[in-house]
Write a protein that binds this ligand. Structure first.
Ligand code: IZC
Ligand code: ZN
Length: 420
């Protein structure tokens, strides 16, 4: 069997299931037809080398599965840097939202933007993500709230997905805030989402998941339960922003509803953690958001891991509470803020994140038969990536067997000319 080869890798983090990150020291990975064909310690078997074999020498480097950013708010207009001074003066996130800022300010910018403007802005972010090692991203809508803008954003994501090397998994998140036109009429807004928007999204295959922002002053657990039930009836998979600055039983709700993931989880109760472990709900933790909201509080990753919850880590890339596309910086926050080990962190951004977006059969680990989404870091081991923070360690990104980014540059592809 002839294949393309990555040889001499100092560290290969296979990120297979079970304890540890499946580390191989000094090994090789063989890629054929866009999939992982073989991998192991030492040199690649001679019969794999043919005349056309492409060889990457990864001496001194670390090879891992492509990173999966399992929680982002990719598509939006505008930015919110003007809220920095409010934050510095102690005005809290939910207070800014109540004043019509925060999410609602991004809703205004997103409604004003054309689909083309939204795509151009999101493409820039996808390029950054790819250069920093992300090969799959979950993208939530939720900055349109009205029918036309939500559909515009979901279509923008689908059109970007069709040509950009990063794969996009879409989530409809109309339940991100109650829009001004439904102020005081949350029930009316819930009916509108469930009866008008969701059927159209489903029929046009614009999203795989539905997500709800369950938080005091946004959607209550009862309201979130109604939205999730209706979404499930229509065939959507479920996610929940279980922020739990004040615990409201959101993790129990995620378990009861059979959600694929519960995200944030800043103060999950012991009962909630056990219920999630039992129901197989993936916890997607977002330590960059704790940092950016200047909270003293991080999710209890250690307790969740000890109780058997699968823990994923994501950026939460959004214009308000975590404006970064860089998962490597988030690795350091996960380590220092939540005391996760580098092996737990890399698994949180690969195999566990794949579970968080229901793709664990195809991506998230280096195993024979899985898609060859691979990152080569210019770092001798994964500890080094977490330790030396704030810079980009990525040397090469391989997507479905093809090198798509190298030395800080995205490679020209035939599809670069696509008109956005
Ligand atoms: O734009 O503030 N938490 N949604 C829920 C966000 C943060 C994004 C934002
Ligand atoms: Zn979010």
């Amino acid at each position: 069997m002839k294949a393309d080869l990555i040889i001499n890798a100092s560290t290969i983090a296979c990120c297979t299931e079970g304890p540890g990150a499946g580390i191989i020291e000094n090994g090789y990975v063989a890629v054929k037809d866009g999939k992982i064909a073989a991998l192991g310690e030492g040199s690649a078997p001679l019969h794999m080398k043919g005349d056309n074999t492409k060889i990457i020498d990864a001496y001194g480097k670390t090879v891992s599965p492509g990173l999966i950013d399992s929680h982002t708010h990719l598509i939006h207009g505008g930015s919110r840097e003007k809220e920095l001074s409010l934050k510095l003066n102690g005005v809290l996130y939910l207070e800014i939202l109540k004043m019509g800022g925060g999410i609602l300010s991004t809703v205004r910018s997103t409604r004003e933007a054309s689909k083309k403007e939204l795509k151009l802005k999101a493409k820039k972010s996808l390029d950054e993500m790819l250069l920093h090692g992300t090969t799959t991203v979950e993208a939530k809508s939720g900055y349109g709230l009205d029918f036309d803008t939500e559909i515009k954003c979901l279509e923008a994501a689908a059109e970007l997905n069709a040509f950009h090397p990063v794969d996009i998994i879409s989530t409809y998140m109309g339940a991100h805030a109650v829009p001004e036109e439904f102020k005081g009429n949350t029930c009316g807004y819930i009916d509108f989402m469930c009866e008008k928007v969701m059927p159209y999204v489903k029929k046009n295959d614009l999203a795989e998941f539905v997500d709800v922002f369950c938080e005091e002053g946004v959607f209550s657990p009862e309201e979130s339960g109604i939205i999730m039930r209706k979404a499930k009836e229509q065939g959507f998979k479920l996610k929940i922003h279980a922020v739990e600055i004040i615990p409201l039983r959101e993790s129990e709700l995620a378990a009861e509803m059979g959600a694929v993931s519960a995200e944030h989880l800043l103060a999950a109760s012991d009962e909630g953690i056990s219920a999630m472990a039992k129901a197989g709900v993936t916890a997607i933790l977002l330590p960059g958001t704790s940092f950016y909201l200047m909270l003293d509080k991080y999710a209890q990753a250690r307790k969740m891991i000890e109780r058997g919850v699968r823990v994923a880590i994501a950026t939460d890339y959004n214009p308000g509470t975590c404006p970064t596309e860089n998962l490597q910086t988030i690795m350091t926050f996960a380590c220092f803020g939540m005391k996760m080990t580098p092996e737990e962190i890399i698994k949180g951004m690969t195999i566990n994140a794949a579970y968080g977006v229901d793709r664990a059969g195809e991506i998230g680990s280096l195993e024979v038969g899985k898609k060859a989404d691979i990152v080569i870091f210019d770092a001798p081991n994964i500890e080094y990536i977490v330790y030396h923070f704030g810079i980009n360690h990525v040397n090469t990104v391989i997507k479905a067997g093809k090198a798509v980014a190298e030395n800080g540059r995205i490679k020209k592809s035939q599809k670069d000319g696509v008109d956005l």
